[in-house]
Design a protein around this ligand. Structure first.
Ligand SMILES: *Cc1c(COP(=O)(O)O)cnc(C)c1O
Length: 423
């Protein structure tokens, strides 16, 4: 399998090169040159196969020129060793919970897979330094994913005043090869310092810098596994019912991975691209015109994206054909008011506590699900991560106290020189 650049600049590259480069030349994104088909026998027997075995079979065609079978088995064993439970909410509606990994949000699988790949790709004796700016969730997933991974050092820059105590704890409490740096500034300041470091050739050479950005193919592709794990749990009871899957979307990495899984032959009838008030994609889906705009803040804040980066990958997948994209999915945009109402209604009806992102997906699912169909929505974060929102509709909701918050290991002003001294 080779990877093409959506901007059509430069040659096709291997999985290894696409992972190490992150972004393709000309700010393009790497996409698989074709989507392999899984054998019907494999799809029919998913419910009898272990998760690491499913993961091995699904990922193999995408990585086989860059990773040996033995290494791939080890990587997936490290990646999918926690549960992905499917819970019934109502007749013919279930939720797939993707928040049982170490940082309680669905980015764990991608971060862990990529971390293991980088460790395999390192030249003997050469350390790679992963430098990443975060507004919260990505930093915690990357910190935990790369924790104690051989040959990789991680430096995470986060805005001191902007991350929640919960997130700071997840980034600062690990130590070993993970260094969290709190910066007196905003997320954009952190991002600007990271960009400058990547343009600094001497520094790049000395530290062998790499990014763990969410557009990396090694973070995107393992998200296909969620859909296989979902199907393996549903298979026995699904019968002939068409399956509709609703995905709470921000940068659309998770949905793109779902579309790849469907192209591989997984029998998903239709997707729902569920958005909060950030409706750039929804408007495109409606009218065929894509107009990026600044993001607005919502309760489902991990989806506050005004210019979703994986839109380009979806365009590539559908050959820039608006009608083809519309045939594959429904889309919706939900307000904060609707999110709260749904959280409250679901709790009253079934006792199930939704996080705001899951609530967006549930709303989207209900707007299209027809009688005779089976619907699944993805819950991407634990409600415990959004305690203040959940408490608005479920006042008795409590989360366990965190252990005492560790001091940030490093604190710097918003000055590049200070970052350099640290590195
Ligand atoms: C990142 C994130 C999303 C959005 O996922 P995309 O792949 O960017 O669409 C949704 N929910 C949660 C909790 C997230 O952390």
């Amino acid at each position: 399998m080779q990877y093409l650049n959506t901007k059509q600049i430069g040659p096709a590259v291997s999985f290894r090169t696409a992972t190490l480069n992150g972004l393709a030349p000309g700010n393009g994104l790497y996409v698989p040159e074709y989507i392999p088909k899984m054998e019907p026998d494999f799809l029919d027997s998913l419910s009898q196969v272990t998760y690491p075995e499913i993961a091995f079979r699904v990922m193999k065609p995408f990585v086989e020129e860059s990773i040996t079978d033995e290494d791939l088995q080890e990587i997936v064993n490290h990646t999918v060793n926690f549960p992905f439970p499917l819970q019934t909410i109502e007749t013919d509606i279930a939720v797939l919970e993707l928040f049982h990994g170490p940082t309680m949000a669905f980015k764990d699988v991608g971060a862990r897979f990529m971390a293991q790949c980088l460790s395999k790709f390192a030249e003997p004796g050469v350390k790679t330094t992963v430098l990443v700016a975060t507004s919260g969730d990505t930093g915690s997933a990357v910190a935990h994913g790369f924790y104690q991974v051989p040959n990789v050092e991680v430096v995470i820059l986060y805005p001191a005043a902007k991350v929640s105590p919960f997130q700071a704890h997840q980034m600062c409490s690990l130590g070993h090869n993970i260094r969290a740096v709190s910066v007196e500034g905003t997320f954009d300041d952190c991002q600007a310092m990271v960009k400058r470091a990547f343009q600094d050739e001497a520094l790049n050479k000395r530290l062998n810098l790499s990014s763990a950005n969410s557009i990396n193919v090694a973070r995107l592709l393992p998200q296909m596994l969620y859909y296989y794990f979902m199907y393996s749990q549903l298979q026995a009871s699904l019968g002939q019912k068409p399956l509709v899957v609703s995905v709470p979307s921000g940068n659309f990495g998770n949905l793109t991975a779902g579309l790849y899984a469907q192209r591989m032959g997984l029998p998903i009838h239709r997707f729902v691209a569920a958005n909060n008030a950030n409706d750039t994609f929804f408007k495109y889906w409606q009218h065929g015109q894509y107009l990026a705009k600044p993001s607005v803040e919502t309760y489902a804040n991990a989806m506050d994206v005004g210019n979703p980066s994986n839109f380009e990958r979806m365009m590539h997948l559908f050959g820039h054909d608006h009608a083809a994209l519309r045939a594959a999915m429904h889309a919706c945009s939900q307000s904060d008011k609707e999110i709260l109402e749904q959280m409250e209604a679901t709790y009253k009806k079934s006792g199930y506590i939704l996080d705001p992102h899951g609530a967006v997906a549930f709303l989207g699912l209900k707007s299209v699900l027809a009688p005779g169909q089976m619907g699944v929505f993805l819950a991407t974060a634990s409600p415990a991560k959004f305690e203040s929102v959940v408490k608005m509709v479920v006042p008795e909701f409590t989360t366990p106290d965190l252990p005492q918050q560790p001091e940030p290991q490093h604190h710097i002003r918003n000055e590049y020189q200070q970052l350099l001294e640290l590195l």
